[in-house]
Design a protein around this ligand. Structure first.
Ligand code: ATP
Ligand code: MG
Length: 468
């Protein structure tokens, strides 16, 4: 149903493509500017949230310029429902704070104002300007050209140049309801092209996350990345390993939990963008025989998309537990062989190692890493816990997630794990009385875990060579 509505909106949009009413495209040294007056485009205030309108009007009535910008404008023009509404203004963060009691100033790299309406937050950003002389307090870059601070304020034209893609440099003016389209943003929207503003190499170095954003918008909006914008990505992808892990976590949520995980994953692999985020998983894709890791990734991504489309919950605990399962298993095997620890202890040590390493690039909050560990530990118990012990396992709070992972492993690994997964499936899906029969039926059969790494056998010291 939703698909049909969005298809209809798309067609509507395509049929009356917003013909830009060009009021002197401004070229000069800056970006081209097209201004589309109120009757030349399809955005109406009804499509903008009440809270965003409140913020826009209050800024405007207080004498400031106020625009809806970015995804809000882009998505409405495409017939999609915007995820959130962002506002750009010439009021400084301190001015904004004075105007709104419900305002919180956030961010260091970019100082922003959040206007909070319960769970709804309207992000208000002051126009960014160019960094001329270097003043560490307001702007700063590292040796690779990455912007560590970007708090120089400027005019709307400069602000547009500092945005990432042309399709995001669209501003809806609340004072006269016109749209300002910079750098050919509207034409690119019509042509379904993702084009970076400015020199791609410089813009990716300033902020490597833009490479991930290019992929995300391409899949979300069903657009092509312009070849000039796509070209440097492969070479610059390793710069992603330098992004603060907390920011990367936010990006990962947007990439994998919004219904486009599989498409994003495939495109990230094509551009070499997956490995810097998940180095341990990536190493196994190349190393491990039988392609288990690669298959698990495909299955998890597809599965997550299906759950999102069915409005089921998706949790980072399960996602990370699933894609890091083979690195944990591999590490546990290594530890068991090297140290002679028991199967269980080797796994516990491996979980700690793998999580610690993963958190260097993506900081998974503890509220998710703790249940991820539970899901892993339960794998061991599920592998051995058929028979009457199964009833107890069923009551574990993380049973469902662990069982789901076991099913995915069955799909990926086949063989013994697939048989165990099948047994659990029959058990879980049966009613109470049948469950007892299923549990009893396993009695006497061999439930030894054949997947457990073998402990290192102590060899007898080799006989000393006979003395001559
Ligand atoms: P969505 O909210 O649907 O993910 P969006 O385009 O609104 O898409 P936001 O992250 O909300 O994305 O950012 C709002 C706007 O801020 C963007 O449209 C873009 O103009 C600008 N922006 C965001 N991130 C960057 C960045 N890394 N570099 C330059 N500009 C950016
Ligand atoms: Mg947004």
């Amino acid at each position: 149903m939703f698909r049909r509505i969005s298809q209809f909106c798309k067609q509507l949009f395509e049929n009356n493509k917003v013909a830009p009413v060009l009021e002197e495209p401004i070229q000069e040294d800056g970006l081209r500017l097209d201004i589309i007056s109120r009757d030349g485009h399809s955005i109406s205030r009804r499509q903008i949230s009440e809270n965003a309108l409140k913020v826009l009007y209050r800024l405007n009535k207080s004498g400031y310029k106020a625009y809806l910008v970015g995804g809000g404008v882009r998505d409405i023009l495409l017939g999609l429902e915007p995820k959130d509404f962002d506002v750009a203004t010439n009021a400084t963060p301190d001015d904004i704070k004075k105007l709104f009691r419900n305002c919180r100033l956030v961010g260091r790299r970019f100082r922003l104002a959040h206007i909070v309406f319960g769970r709804d937050v309207i992000e208000v950003a002051t126009f960014r300007g160019h960094h001329n002389e270097s003043n560490d307090k307001v702007s700063k870059s590292n040796a690779e050209g990455r912007l560590l601070r970007d708090n120089v304020y400027g005019e709307i034209d400069e602000d547009a140049e500092r945005r990432d893609f042309t399709i995001n440099a669209l501003y809806y003016d609340i004072s006269d309801y016109s749209i300002r389209s910079y750098g050919g943003g509207l034409a690119d929207l019509n042509a379904r092209t993702i084009k970076l503003i400015g020199d791609p190499d410089t813009r990716y170095r300033e902020d490597p996350v833009r490479m991930l954003r290019a992929v995300r918008f391409a899949t979300k909006l069903d657009m092509q990345i312009d070849p000039v914008t796509a070209d440097p990505i492969k070479a610059l992808a390793p710069l992603l390993s330098d992004i603060p892990a907390a920011r990367m976590y936010e990006e990962v949520l947007k990439l994998f939990f919004a219904g486009k995980a599989e498409a994003n994953y495939n495109m990230m692999q094509r551009f070499g963008l997956f490995a810097p985020l998940f180095p341990q998983v990536s190493a196994l894709i190349e190393e491990l025989p039988k392609g288990q890791t690669a298959k698990m990734l495909q299955v998890v991504m597809r599965n997550t998309d299906i759950r999102v489309s069915e409005d089921k919950t998706v949790t980072p605990a399960f996602f990370f537990a699933a894609i890091l399962w083979y690195p944990v298993k591999q590490r546990a095997d290594d530890i068991a062989i090297e140290s002679g620890l028991t199967h269980y202890d080797a796994y516990v040590a491996a979980m700690g190692d793998v999580l610690e390493k993963q958190c260097l690039t993506i900081s998974l909050p503890r509220r998710f890493s703790t249940p991820a560990r539970d899901i892993w530990q339960l794998q061991l118990r599920l592998e051995r816990g058929q028979g009457t012990r199964a009833f107890k396992l069923l009551e574990h709070p993380k049973f469902r997630a662990a069982y789901d992972l076991l099913l995915l492993r069955g799909e990926v690994e086949a063989g013994n794990i697939a048989k165990i997964a099948e047994w659990w499936k029959a058990f879980v899906e049966a009613d109470e009385t049948d469950r007892s029969d299923i549990a009893k039926s396993i009695k006497g059969s061999n439930t030894r875990n054949r997947n457990a790494p073998q402990r290192k056998r102590r060899r007898k010291p080799a006989a000393k060579p006979a003395e001559e």
